[in-house]
Design a binder for this molecule. Structure first.
Ligand code: ADE
Length: 239
């Protein structure tokens, strides 16, 4: 998968050279290219921002450098072009899964008070937010999106780290995990996990998922309830 990023801080994306993503880049599974918008400015002082028409606080990114960067990186408009913005649709796991099916993403990072609206009109397919809070720029949101999407690219995660059993993939939060030692600071690992009975372990884990989701994310719990009730109906009555 090819991911290009238009940003005034390309050096921030060196953070993606570490860990699982760093390995995926080395293996050529994901190709991430962060490009400096400033390299495309025609302004003699390399300016990329200006004061907003109509007044108000802060600076707005000017359209020319952004428009030229986007169209230099993706001249045929083959990429899905996303502007990272607190005004966008909120990123969730189903959006992550559908973005992972794209071959080419172009992420545009704004700074200051945002970017000139005409760039969004001319060049952007979708605006995406990572949550209801405002950051100083789109770089961290772009890295969040890249991290979440890359995990779905074939070969990035080993089979032991698969995405199939984790939180959100079935609409429930994850069950608690334990490893050695069996007793730590007087706290014991739940007995069922030591029983070797896979059916009991599966049931315990599912009950824990339901309990944790109901307590912490009643919104997710409500959403999953109808499918849980259907599952119960389909289950053959025990003799
Ligand atoms: N830029 C600033 N804040 C943001 C957010 N919450 N999501 C995406 N882009 C942003």
């Amino acid at each position: 998968m090819k991911i290009q990023v238009a940003t005034i801080f390309p050096e921030m994306f060196a953070g993606l050279d570490i860990g699982i993503l760093g390995k995926a880049k080395q293996k050529g599974l994901i190709d991430i290219e962060a490009v400096n918008i400033r390299d495309y400015t025609l302004d003699k002082h390399h300016k990329t921002d200006d004061t907003p028409f109509g007044g108000g606080a802060g600076m707005v990114m000017t359209p020319q450098p952004l428009h030229d960067t986007i169209n230099a990186l993706d001249p045929e408009h083959n990429a899905k072009r996303i502007y990272m913005s607190p005004r966008g649709k909120t990123l969730d796991q189903s959006m992550v899964e559908s973005l992972a099916k794209e071959n080419h993403l172009l992420l545009v990072c704004g700074s200051y008070e945002g970017i000139d609206e005409r760039v969004i009109e001319l060049d952007i397919d979708e605006e995406v937010s990572i949550g209801d809070y405002v950051l100083t720029g789109g770089e961290l949101p772009a890295m969040v999106l890249i991290n979440a999407v890359s995990r779905y690219v074939e070969g990035v995660l080993g089979s032991s780290e698969s995405t199939s059993e984790e939180s959100f993939s079935r609409g429930l939060l994850e069950y608690p995990q334990y490893t050695r030692p069996q007793i730590f600071m007087g706290l014991e690992v739940p007995k069922v996990l030591l029983s070797g009975n896979h059916k009991d372990i599966k049931e315990w884990r599912f009950e824990q998922q339901l309990k944790i989701t109901k307590e912490r994310r009643p919104d997710l719990y409500e959403k999953i309830l109808p499918s849980l009730e259907n599952k119960d109906k389909k289950r053959k009555p025990r003799k």
